[in-house]
Design a protein around this ligand. Structure first.
Ligand code: ASP
Ligand code: MG
Length: 402
């Protein structure tokens, strides 16, 4: 007998028919002789709708009250799922985050799980109940409700799997797994059998919206193997784990991120301290900088170019224009750009990966504005209008020829 944690996202429980479908998956797992803990998100767009409701009443609603409101979404879905499971004739109990022992810090809207007190979960499992837990929520030291941030139910599921040393952690969603590129947009995009935590983290951070990246960090830390699979189509999904076979593939995925603004500072004095002054000013306002490029100094001046999220572009410009160290320099912002990246642990040991990517772009006459690399990732900044073509070209260049 195994202990299995199954998580279902909002689209998997969107209406009564889908809730009944989830109840069948869960009870089939239980019937096969397993202990089952189920984590669910709010139905469909419930969380967005609740946020909208709050904004109508008070656009600057206190964060504590927002969490109090948002936690209601998952309260609805756990009780409905428990009713559906009971209707199929199985023993079940639903638990809110606090009843399931989720203790968090007090950062409303982005709380971190501090610990899970497993007593209640264990007691309900010992009574042979299927346990349905509200994802995305917990309680802080003041006994107030907190939420973990958007998409937080994945993290709830992984945290339970880690705490209870579950044998399996399955994350059910509306796609069949993790793909080499967005299958709706890229011809030949393939479902991966396996992917490592680090690759998944890069992909999640680069905008592949399958798993929340905090959940992947936690899975890596506690060595929880995750299976991502579809709640609508019962086929094997993608396994996320420490070491994954390369399946004859050099790269694991190609992604596109259009939430990029390029800030250029031209003709700055070529003196010590400029970079420090620029980037400390930005970090003081919590502006996250992604790729940074600085030119060699020539005739006493140099250029610094870097990327931030689109939202942060205007604020970055405003901060830099008032900076004495940049007197005489020109500060520009370009938002018509996109970042295209390839991710794969295989590139660490394969020379020529970068040139293959650049060749694919060159063949399509796509100009690269910036390049950045890590051990398992290469990103380029290009014109936004070229982004989809670039993803397809790069994906085709790396597709295994079989
Ligand atoms: N219901 C929450 C959200 O929509 C949590 C989740 O879906 O994981 O962000
Ligand atoms: Mg949701």
């Amino acid at each position: 007998m195994a202990l299995i944690v199954q998580k279902f996202g909002g689209s998997s429980v969107a209406d009564a028919e889908r809730v009944r479908n989830v109840a069948r998956i869960v009870t089939d797992t239980y019937k096969a002789g397993n202990d089952v803990v189920v984590v669910v998100s709010a139905q469909g767009d419930t969380t967005d709708d609740l946020i909208e409701k709050a904004q109508e009443i008070n656009p600057r609603a206190p964060k504590r009250e927002l969490d109090q409101l948002l936690a209601a979404g998952e309260q609805i879905s756990i009780s409905l799922l428990a009713m559906a499971i009971e209707a199929l004739g199985y023993p079940v109990i639903s638990l809110l985050g606090w009843q399931a022992g989720f203790n968090t810090n007090s950062v409303y809207g982005a709380a971190r799980i501090k610990s899970i007190k497993p007593n209640r979960l264990q007691a309900e499992l010992a009574r042979h109940n299927i346990v349905v837990v509200a994802g995305f929520q917990g309680i802080n030291r003041y006994d107030d409700l907190t939420t973990l941030g958007r998409g937080g139910s994945d993290t709830s599921a992984v945290a339970i799997a880690a705490t209870l040393h579950a044998d399996k952690c399955q994350i059910f969603t509306d796609v069949e797994g993790v793909y080499t590129a967005d299958p709706r947009k890229v011809d030949g995009a393939r479902k991966l059998k396996e992917i490592t935590y680090d690759e998944m983290l890069e992909l999640a951070t680069l905008g592949a919206q399958v798993l929340n990246n905090r959940s992947v960090e936690m899975a890596k830390k506690y060595s929880v193997e995750i299976e991502v699979l579809s709640s609508l189509n019962p086929v094997p999904g993608t396994i996320v784990k420490e070491v994954a076979k390369l399946e004859k593939m050099l790269i694991r995925g190609v992604t596109k991120d259009t939430d990029v603004a390029l800030i250029s500072i031209l003709n700055v004095q070529d003196t010590p301290g400029v970079a420090f002054k620029v980037f400390s000013k930005l970090s003081g306002k919590h502006i996250n900088v992604d790729i940074i490029l600085q030119s060699f100094g020539r005739s006493g001046t140099k250029d610094i170019v870097f990327s931030v999220s689109k939202e942060n572009g205007p604020l970055a410009i405003e901060l830099l224009k008032g900076l004495p160290a940049l007197a005489g320099a020109k500060v520009l912002c370009d938002t018509d750009v996109a970042k295209v990246s390839i991710v794969g642990a295989g590139m660490e040991t394969h020379p020529g990966t970068a040139s293959k990517m650049f060749e694919a772009l060159y063949e399509r006459d796509i100009n690269i504005k910036m390049i950045s690399t890590s051990e398992i990732k290469i990103s380029v900044i290009i014109d936004a209008k070229d982004a989809d073509r670039a993803v397809s070209a790069v994906h085709a260049a790396f597709a295994p020829k079989d």
